[in-house]
Ligand binder design. Structure first.
Ligand SMILES: *Cc1c(COP(=O)(O)O)cnc(C)c1O
Length: 291
């Protein structure tokens, strides 16, 4: 796993900013590569079992399945009951995880996927929280903060950093170790939920370097919005970069909304997730028949 990505300057709708291309890190990329850095440094025996849970189309599932395939480990992943459509037409992250020999288990008997996953855990198994939101992953963000610090010195630029959040693990650990201010937005639930998630990770988390921005309009996670699709296409055309439909669309919208309030040049972290777009684009096409 190559942990070092370039910083590029881009312009979108007359707003100039910089982008950290963690989407280019390799087969495992984005923040899932940063998170798995800790587990990569550790050497586990062949066939080590990793137990996790989450959405059957999650970027975490794909990243974990690649990680386990590359290292000869086994992945057991608990997801919701699959739709007959997905079972009969595997696609997106789910299909790739199957190809990577992940054992995907549908939760039909427990009230929550996490409980089901915990019931599978044996003594020596490694348990990975949803979205790889484990406190051990901090190491990858210490590394990222250092990398950004070195790059900003060689570019002679002092950045404010922006990255959208799911569990907030990436933003929280980056903010903890970065000299730059870190801005984020909550893509899953609201700011209160995001703070709660971060406090689950670290009950003593100090929020003084993490700024949570919000838009006047509420968006529901993973719901297809036509304005997101249009923004996705505009970014692709104007910047020649594909962004993630789940997190980056809200992230970029929030960034553009607050563009005049930042005091320093912005470094936006591209956290990968492009393969996950495949199943989201399918959903857009089914919802908006004219696309
Ligand atoms: C997983 C993921 C996120 C969310 O990361 P957190 O650390 O849970 O906040 C954001 N963007 C992309 C593309 C992701 O795959």
């Amino acid at each position: 796993m190559n942990i070092n990505s370039p910083i590029e300057k881009i312009s979108f709708c007359n707003f100039n900013f910089y982008i950290k291309r963690d989407d280019l890190l390799g087969e495992i990329n984005g923040n899932k590569a940063r998170k798995l850095y800790h587990y990569l440094l550790k050497k586990y025996p062949k066939n080590q079992r990793f137990i996790s849970f989450g959405s059957s189309q999650s970027n975490a599932l794909l990243a974990l399945s690649i990680f386990c395939r590359q290292n000869n480990y086994q992945l057991f992943f608990v997801c919701e009951k699959l739709s007959s459509f997905l079972e009969q037409n595997p696609h997106g992250n789910y299909a790739l995880a199957l190809k990577n020999k992940a054992t995907i288990i549908q939760n039909i008997d427990f009230s929550h996927r996490r409980e089901k996953a915990l019931s599978l855990k044996q003594e020596k198994d490694i348990f990975i929280e949803e979205g790889v939101a484990n406190k051990e992953v901090e190491a990858g963000f210490i590394h990222l903060a250092k990398e950004i610090d070195q790059q900003s010195r060689s570019l002679n630029l002092d950045f404010d950093i922006f990255l959208p959040s799911g569990t907030g693990t990436s933003a929280a650990f980056l903010a903890k170790h970065s000299k730059s201010k870190v801005f984020t937005c909550a893509c899953v639930g609201d700011e209160i939920y995001l703070k709660k998630q971060i406090l689950t990770l670290d009950p003593y988390y100090d929020f003084s370097n993490l700024y949570i921005l919000k838009l006047p309009k509420k968006y529901h996670f993973a719901k297809p919005y036509l304005e997101f699709y249009k923004l996705y296409l505009m970014l692709k055309q104007e910047c020649n970069i594909e962004f993630d439909l789940l997190y980056d669309m809200l992230g970029i919208k929030t960034l553009m909304y607050y563009q005049t309030t930042f005091k320093k040049p912005i470094l936006y972290i591209h956290q990968g997730g492009i393969i996950g777009n495949e199943s989201m684009l399918e959903r857009y096409k089914r919802k908006f028949a004219h696309l």
